[in-house]
Design a protein around this ligand. Structure first.
Ligand code: 9MR
Length: 470
C-alpha cells in the first residue's frame, strides 16, 4: 500500500478513497514528485537523516526573508527534511486581494525545500487569524464561499508540492468549554471545518489533510477532548481528515505534561497520523525536548516533528530562547538530546498502523525476502557493494549497502520507477536525469550507506549497478 504521493496512481477524490488509503500506512511524508531528491545527510548526525532512518521526518518553520542568510540556510539544508512556511502560505499572504493570488514568497520556500530534497507542510488554508482585510470584514454565505474558493485555489496551486496541509488551524476555544472558538468563519455554520476539508480533498487528493491546534497537548484539557471528539466524528462520517497537528508551544503557562504520549496515541487510535507541528519550549530544557521526541517515537503514527524556527533569534518568542540552535547557530544541549532520542527510538514497526479497511490495492505479492541474497555488481575498479533489505513500512523500505575493497568509493544504484528514493545517509548522492539512478560517493562516514525508497506500489529491490574505487 502506498503513501499518496504525486506520481502515484491518483486515487479517486472523496472520503471513501481517502479513508482506505490513509488507514493503510503510517508514513514518512517524504516522497513528492519527479523533482524528488534525497536528503543528503548522515544518519545519527543530523535531525532529518536520523528521523528518516526511523521512518519519520524532522522539519522546521522557514521565513522566506531569511533564505538569504547563509548561516541560516547552512543549518536548514544540513539538518531538516521538512519545511513549513512560517507566514507565507497564510490567507493574507496568498490572497491579499479577493480573487488575486500571490504565491511569490511561498514559492521561494517551496522551491528552496524541494530542490534540496526536503518536503513541505502547507500552513494554513483556513484560519480565523491572519486573514486578509477583505475577508475579515465578510460574513455569512459570501464568507463561506470565499473561504472555500481560497482553499480550492491554494491547494490546487500547490498540488503535488505539499505533502500535508493544515487545512484548518486553531478552530477550538481555550478554556473549559471544549467547544469551537467564535470567529467569522465559525459564524458561517458549524460545518465550516468539514466543508474546508472536503474542498481541500477535491483540490489535492494526494496531500495529507490535517487539523492543527495549540494547547491540545494535555489529554485532560477540555480543548484536547473537543478536538478529539471532532476528529472521531469526522472519521465516523467519512470526512476526509488524515492527520492532526499538535503545535506544542510549551511554556510556563502551558507546560509539557507526561500525558502528552497518551494524547498522541489516543488520536492516532482514531486512524489519523499525528504530527508535532510547531514545537518550541521555553528555555529549551534538554530533558523536555527529549521527552517530546521519545513520546513521538513511541507512537507509530507520530510520523514527524517540526520545530518552529531554527535559531533562537529566528523564533517568534526569541526572548524565551526556545529552539535547538543558539542565535549564533551553534547546537544547544536540547539539540543533542533530540538527536539522541531520534537515534535511540524504535523504527516504525512494519505491522503499524492497524487497518480496519482493506487497502484499495492488493498488498504486493512479490515482496522481497527479508534476508536478501547479496547483490553481485559487475566488477568495478577494486571494490564491491552488496545491498541488503532493512526496515520495511507500508509504503516504503530501507536498504543498506556495504562496500568493501576501497575507502573512497562510488556506487551506482538503480530503483525501479515509480519508486523514488526519499532519503539517504552515510554518503553523498547524485542523480541521473530520470531520478532513478543514484550515484553514492563516500563522504567519510564509513563503508555502509543506506537509503529509503518510496515503493509507490512497486516493491522490487533496488539494484547495485557498479562499484568504483576512486
Ligand atoms: O511565527 C509566526 C509569527 O511570525 C507571526 O507573526 C504570527 C502571527 O499570527 O504567527 C506565528 O506563527 C503561528 C502559527 O502560524 C500558528 N500557531 C501559532 C504560531 C505562533 O504564533
Amino acid at each position: 500500500m502506498t503513501e499518496r504521493c504525486h506520481g502515484d496512481t491518483r486515487p479517486p477524490a472523496g472520503p471513501r478513497a481517502r479513508t482506505a488509503i490513509v488507514l493503510a500506512a503510517a508514513a514518512l511524508l517524504a516522497a513528492t514528485s519527479a523533482a524528488f531528491l534525497p536528503t543528503t545527510a548522515s544518519a545519527g548526525t543530523t535531525l532529518g537523516a536520523s528521523a528518516a532512518e526511523k521512518g519519520r521526518y524532522f522539519g522546521t518553520a522557514v521565513a522566506a526573508s531569511r533564505l538569504s542568510d547563509n548561516a541560516y540556510t547552512t543549518i536548514l539544508n544540513r539538518e531538516f527534511n521538512m519545511v513549513t512556511a512560517e507566514n507565507e502560505m497564510k490567507m493574507n499572504a496568498t490572497e491579499p486581494q479577493q480573487g488575486r493570488f500571490s504565491y511569490g514568497a511561498a514559492e521561494q520556500i517551496v522551491n528552496h525545500a524541494r530542490s534540496r530534497g526536503m518536503s513541505v507542510r502547507g500552513h494554513t488554508l483556513a484560519w480565523h487569524s491572519q486573514q486578509p482585510g477583505w475577508m475579515e470584514s465578510m460574513s455569512g454565505s459570501a464568507l463561506r464561499q470565499a473561504m472555500l474558493n481560497h482553499v480550492t485555489q491554494v491547494a490546487t496551486h500547490f498540488r503535488g508540492q505539499v505533502v500535508a496541509w493544515d487545512v484548518v488551524n486553531e478552530a477550538f476555544a481555550d478554556g473549559s468549554s471544549g467547544g469551537r472558538r467564535d470567529s467569522n468563519l465559525q459564524r458561517t455554520g458549524n460545518d465550516w471545518i468539514e466543508a474546508a476539508f472536503r474542498a481541500a480533498d477535491a483540490a489535492d487528493p494526494n496531500a495529507k489533510l490535517c487539523y492543527n491546534d495549540y494547547n491540545t497537548d494535555n489529554w485532560t484539557h477540555a480543548k484536547t477532548q473537543g478536538v478529539y471528539n471532532m476528529v472521531r466524528d469526522f472519521k465516523a462520517r467519512g470526512v476526509p481528515i488524515d492527520c492532526v497537528g499538535f503545535q506544542s508551544h510549551f511554556n510556563n503557562n502551558s507546560p509539557y505534561v507526561s500525558n502528552y504520549r497518551t494524547t498522541l496515541s489516543s488520536f492516532a487510535a482514531l486512524g489519523v497520523d499525528v504530527q508535532i507541528t510547531e514545537l518550541d519550549i521555553q528555555g529549551a530544557p534538554a530533558n523536555t525536548y527529549r521527552s517530546v521526541v521519545e513520546d513521538c517515537m513511541a507512537v507509530p503514527r507520530c510520523n514527524g516533528i517540526t520545530v518552529w524556527g531554527i535559531r533562537d533569534s529566528d523564533s517568534w518568542l526569541a526572548s524565551q530562547t526556545p529552539l535547538l540552535f543558539n542565535s549564533n547557530g551553534s547546537k544547544k544541549a536540547a539539540y543533542d538530546a533530540v538527536l539522541a532520542a531520534l537515534n535511540n527510538g524504535p523504527a516504525v514497526p512494519t505491522t503499524a498502523p492497524p487497518t480496519s479497511v482493506p487497502p484499495t490495492t492488493a498488498p504486493p505479492t512479490t515482496a522481497p525476502p527479508t534476508t536478501a541474497p547479496p547483490t553481485t555488481p559487475p566488477p568495478g575498479g577494486g571494490c564491491s557493494a552488496t545491498l541488503q533489505d532493512s526496515t520495511r513500512w507500508g509504503d516504503r523500505f530501507n536498504s543498506q549497502v556495504t562496500v568493501s575493497g576501497a575507502s573512497n568509493w562510488s556506487v551506482v544504484v538503480a530503483v525501479t520507477p515509480p519508486q523514488k528514493v526519499s532519503a539517504t545517509w552515510n554518503g553523498s548522492p547524485s542523480w541521473d536525469g530520470s531520478g532513478n539512478v543514484m550515484t553514492m560517493r563516500s563522504n567519510g562516514s564509513g563503508n555502509v550507506f543506506g537509503f529509503t525508497t518510496m515503493a509507490n506500489g512497486n516493491w522490487t529491490r533496488p539494484q547495485v549497478l557498479s562499484c568504483t574505487a576512486s
